[in-house]
Every structure is written in C-alpha cells, then in structure tokens.
Write a protein that binds this ligand. Structure first.
Ligand code: URA
Length: 269
C-alpha cells in the first residue's frame, strides 16, 4: 500500500516520485508558483491541489518529464518542520524555501532577493532535531543554482540579489525587535538585537530557514532558501502592496529558474 503522510494528507503514489519541492509559507501562493513553474520551465501542471489540509497545500508540476512539488509550510519552524519531515518520508530530496523577508542591512532594497548561505538558529523547532551547535547551512548545489538563476534573471527584472546569512526567528514581533501589536513592549533580551545582527553581517529576518536547513542538513538532504524583500528595517517597516507584489514576483522567478537549473545539472551528473 502507498505510504500516506498525516498532516500533508498525501500519498507516495500522488507525488509520483517527486524529488524536488518549492516551499512557500502561504498556501495562497502555491497555485501561482506551480503555474510559473509549469509556464517558465515548459512543463505541465496538475489540475488543482493534490491535497489541502490546514496550512499545507500541495500542487504537482511536471517540468520536462520531472515531477516537482509546490507545498506551503505555513508560518514558522514548527509547521515547516512537519512539512519537511513528511515530504522527506515521501522521497523528496531537494527543498527550496521561497519566501518573504525583512532586510536589516541598509543597502538592501525592497524588491531585492536574498539567498541564504545559512541561518542563525533563533527558532525552537530545529533544536528538537539537532543540538544548537549543529550549523544551519544551505546545500552548496542549491546555493549555486540560486545564484546562477539570480544572475540570469536580475538584470532583466531590475533588482539586486544578496548572498549571506539570514536570522530565523519564532516570532514576527518581539524576536524581530518589533513592538508587539498589543502591549507595545519589546522584551529586554531582544532590545538592540537587530543592531547586533546587523554588525555581525546578518542580512535579513525571516521565520523558516533555520528549521529547514537544520532538518535537511541533518537528514543528508539538499536544502536552500531564497526570499524576496518586503521591507527594510533600517529605513522603515511599512509593507506596501507594491512591495509585496515586487518581492514575491522576483523571488518566485529566481526559485523557479533554480529548480530548472538543478534538474538539468542532476540529469547531466
Ligand atoms: N517575514 C518576516 O519574518 N519578517 C519580515 O519583516 C517580513 C517578512
């Protein structure tokens, strides 16, 4: 009998041996990413979702005969860990998070793309898979594919891309040094943290890379993360509709191209 995974509500048979997955946080972005993947890479898209339970929505795309999944992780480490764990059970070996982010370096602009080489593990989920001393690093082949994709696409779309360390938090508000929206307080341990990360060369804040990279690294699988910049914390914190549109469009273009490049390289290996 075909293996079934509980939270994603998927069977091995449904995923048709897919080895690659793109992982947005938002289930609402899954159909758009699957369409882009099918369109840009000359493939075919399955009609509708394979499954959609809670925050986990999955579509299957065929990229020149190679099945590629798009699965939403929801927000944060705990839900991302479930998605990655269950996709690994189904045989997926290459995981690319395609998300959004807040930059903390002043030279990074809204609409730019950030490729993570690794993540500061400020999450809680990854510590339950591997001790905190274990590094959350992206797989070199995924980093290379993302850089190659960004180099090819950035000039025509007019954005810049940056490669470096991201900080993954478990909260959008306090751990990213935002006043929580009710009491307006930032706990003392987070006050001044953004400046500290900035001085240590960290590029941006997001909420899933550390979990993804720790799980993939410790499972012996390939993980990577690319994010589109929605806001720059050095110059302001407003996320406009235009920033959202731009950040998402650019990051999806890079992620889709990177999958295409990885498939080609893997075929030739
Ligand atoms: N996602 C985050 O985690 N932080 C931001 O500032 C924007 C997107």
């Amino acid at each position: 009998m075909s293996r079934h995974v509980y939270h994603l509500d998927l069977t091995e048979e449904q995923v048709r041996g897919a080895r690659y997955v793109l992982l947005p946080g938002d289930p609402g972005r899954v159909p758009m990413i699957a369409e882009r993947l099918a369109g840009q890479a000359g493939g075919k898209m399955s009609h509708g979702a394979l499954a959609h339970r809670r925050e986990y929505c999955t579509h299957l795309t065929d990229v020149r005969g190679v099945p590629v999944l798009v699965t939403s992780t929801g927000i944060g480490g705990p839900s991302a860990a479930i998605a990655i764990d269950e996709l690994a059970q189904l045989g997926v070996t290459t995981f690319i998070r395609v998300g959004t982010t807040g930059a903390i370096q002043d030279y990074i602009q809204v609409g730019d793309v950030v490729i993570a080489t690794g993540a500061v593990r400020l999450d809680g989920a990854s510590v339950q898979y591997a001790p905190i001393e274990y590094p959350a690093v992206a797989h070199h082949e995924v980093i290379l594919a993302l850089i190659q994709a960004a180099r090819q696409i950035a000039p025509s779309l007019g954005y810049r891309f940056h490669v470096g360390v991201t900080a993954s938090t478990d909260t959008f508000y306090p751990a990213q040094e935002r006043k929580d929206s009710f009491s307006g307080y930032v706990p003392r341990r987070f006050q001044g943290m953004t400046e500290e990360w900035r001085r240590l060369g960290v590029l941006n804040y997001e909420m899933e890379a550390a979990t993804l990279l720790t799980l993939c690294g410790s499972f012996g699988l390939r993980g990577g993360c690319v994010t589109g910049v929605l806001a720059n914390r050095a110059s302001g914190d407003q996320v406009t509709a235009e920033a959202l549109r731009l950040g998402q469009a650019n990051v999806v273009a890079v992620a889709v191209k990177a999958v295409e490049l990885l498939i080609k390289t893997d075929r030739e290996a």
